[in-house]
Design a protein around this ligand. Structure first.
Ligand code: HEM
Length: 515
């Protein structure tokens, strides 16, 4: 058992991994951020304050706002906790670089967010305002979100059919990226996990014969896009600055280089033989191409759609996996009970999607890891398109950003006794007491469990994510022994604003399973 290891960014760590992804842009971005912080207080303080009635953590004069913004960037979890403690669960606000971020920290308030109509509390407008999607990717990415339908229907419904492909890619990716060795071998876990996850997910998105997820340049374009997206979210105040950055267009061009010929070949076949041409690949790109009309059929627009899916899918899934892997390496006594369960289920079911639903200990371990290590300290983020009043009378004006705090909701002692301790089988124990209980399954959301959000906008990719997380972890547990590198010290999580990143420089030791 171990306690939460919230910490601020450690700049003394090496910025570039020997064989991993370059993180230079992240650190350069962070340096730029420090400069921007210097101006941030003024932005907030000199704007008229329509939120004066909502308590502000750290105060509202220029110096206190400046100091609180600094804390927001480097120690956000403490800031959120301070707001909760000081205002006793009431709605409060914290300063971001140029706006006040409204925070709700109780499940009942989250429920009110969930129930608010879309034209009042908009998830789409929040993402667009944060990541400049419509500006960078073109307005139709937001006005015509046909990819959402594909994730919710075809992709999720066909996971059982796609499972053989997933499994095949997991096997091949781990063989290539973490080859089995009889000796302990140190691996930079975070970048390697990202490679594995990107390959597996792209196998479902773009399929074979060329799995573009295996192309380092294509993978890097996707990773760069995530770093760019985070930078947009936290560094750049205007879309003009965002557009001037070359990273984005470079990533799109690189991805188009790989996706273009695949799209063209499929389009030719569709034009010639119709949608159901013989040998048509069974993957997300085919479904996107069936649904796309007019300009959306162009290589550029389809490439952006696939990139947007990657943006939502790869980093979130690989970060969640890496957190869980660090925990497993730190707490190896979880290995044996999970091994026994996986072996028993595989003997009964084989490697199938159904088998994944029967591994309750594995499911619980991953679910507890996502409760405990949050990729984002906030979830359920919305932009108010109209005024809204909570049942406790708190008035929220139009045009503000409001989020629920994952950290406070997930550490609620009433819902999660001993909440600051990792209990890998917490959810399995509850399931063992309740027959046919699925509410404690990894992909299930509730007002008290929000890593995937909750309600109408809950992550539509969570069924794919849960399947990938379980299948990759099951494969590792069955085939490898793992322990922590770096003298057995549990890697610290790194924070940039509300984002939480598993330490990209930490090593996990792998060897061929002995017992
Ligand atoms: C462990 C992995 C993942 C995590 C932690 C995660 C988390 C989230 C969260 C917190 C939201 C916002 C929910 C809300 O506002 O209520 C979201 C939305 C979304 N996610 Fe995921 N996600 C993951 C994987 C994926 C995957 C694999 C895909 C694609 C296949 C995906 C696609 C999306 C999309 C399209 C949305 C926007 C939904 C909407 O606006 O209605 N995510 N995700």
């Amino acid at each position: 058992m171990f306690s939460t290891n919230f910490s601020s960014l450690n700049y003394s760590r090496p910025p570039l991994l020997n064989d991993g992804f370059p993180l230079t842009s992240l650190w350069t971005g962070s340096a730029l951020l420090v400069v921007l912080l210097a101006c941030s207080g003024a932005f907030i303080v000199f704007k008229p304050d329509p939120y004066a009635h909502i308590p502000a953590v750290g105060g509202t004069n220029i110096l206190s706002v400046y100091l609180t913004v600094k804390k927001f960037y480097f120690n956000c979890s403490d800031l959120l906790a301070a707001g909760y403690d000081k205002y006793g669960g009431r709605i409060y606000r914290i300063p971001d670089i140029d706006y006040w971020h409204i925070i709700v920290s109780r499940p009942d308030q989250t429920e009110e967010l969930r129930k608010a109509p879309e034209d009042v509390m908009s998830s789409t407008s929040f993402f667009d305002a944060t990541f400049f999607f419509s500006y960078l990717m073109g307005p139709t990415l937001v006005s015509n979100m046909y990819h959402m339908k594909i994730i919710r229907s075809q992709l999720t419904k066909n996971l059982s059919v796609l499972f053989d492909d997933l499994q095949d890619e997991i096997h091949a990716a781990l063989d290539d990226i973490i080859p089995l060795s009889d000796d302990w071998t140190p691996i930079y876990a975070s970048p390697k996990v990202t490679e594995v996850v990107a390959r597996v997910i792209n196998r479902v998105f773009v399929g074979l014969p060329i799995n573009i997820g295996r192309e380092p340049e294509y993978l890097k374009a996707n990773i760069d896009l995530v770093i760019f997206g985070m930078s947009c979210a936290y560094l750049y105040d205007t879309s003009l600055v965002a557009k001037s950055l070359t990273t984005f267009s470079k990533s799109v061009n690189t991805a188009a280089k790989y996706l273009g010929p695949i799209i063209k070949e499929r389009q030719d076949k569709m034009d010639e033989c119709g949608h159901d041409y013989p040998g048509k690949p069974f993957d997300a790109l085919s479904w996107l191409m069936e649904e796309a009309v007019g300009q959306e059929r162009s290589v550029a627009n389809l490439t952006k759609r696939v990139l947007a899916l990657n943006f939502a899918a790869v980093n979130t899934t690989s970060a969640s996996f890496t957190f869980a892997l660090y925990t497993l390496a730190a707490e190896p006594y979880y290995l044996q009970p999970m091994r026994e369960e996986i072996e028993r289920v595989i003997a009964e079911e084989g490697w199938t999607k159904t088998a994944m639903t029967k591994m309750h200990n594995l499911d619980s371990f991953l679910k507890e890891s996502m409760r405990f290590n949050m990729g984002d300290l906030t979830s359920f983020s919305r932009m108010t398109l109209k005024e809204f009043t909570f049942s406790d009378g708190t008035f929220i004006p139009k045009g503000c950003i409001i989020s629920a705090t994952t950290s406070l909701i997930h550490y609620d002692e009433e819902k999660y006794p001993d909440s600051k301790h990792f209990d890998g089988f917490r959810f399995a124990k509850i399931r063992a007491q309740k027959r046919y209980d699925t509410s404690n399954q990894l992909e299930n959301t509730s007002p008290e469990y929000i890593p995937f959000g909750h309600g109408r906008h809950a992550c539509p990719g969570r069924f794919l994510a849960a399947t990938v997380l379980k299948a990759v972890m099951a494969y590792i547990i069955l085939n490898y022994d793992v322990k922590l590198g770096d003298e057995g010290v549990l890697p610290k999580n790194l924070f940039v604003g509300t984002f939480c990143i598993p330490d990209p420089t930490a090593k996990v030791m792998f060897r061929r399973r002995r017992s």
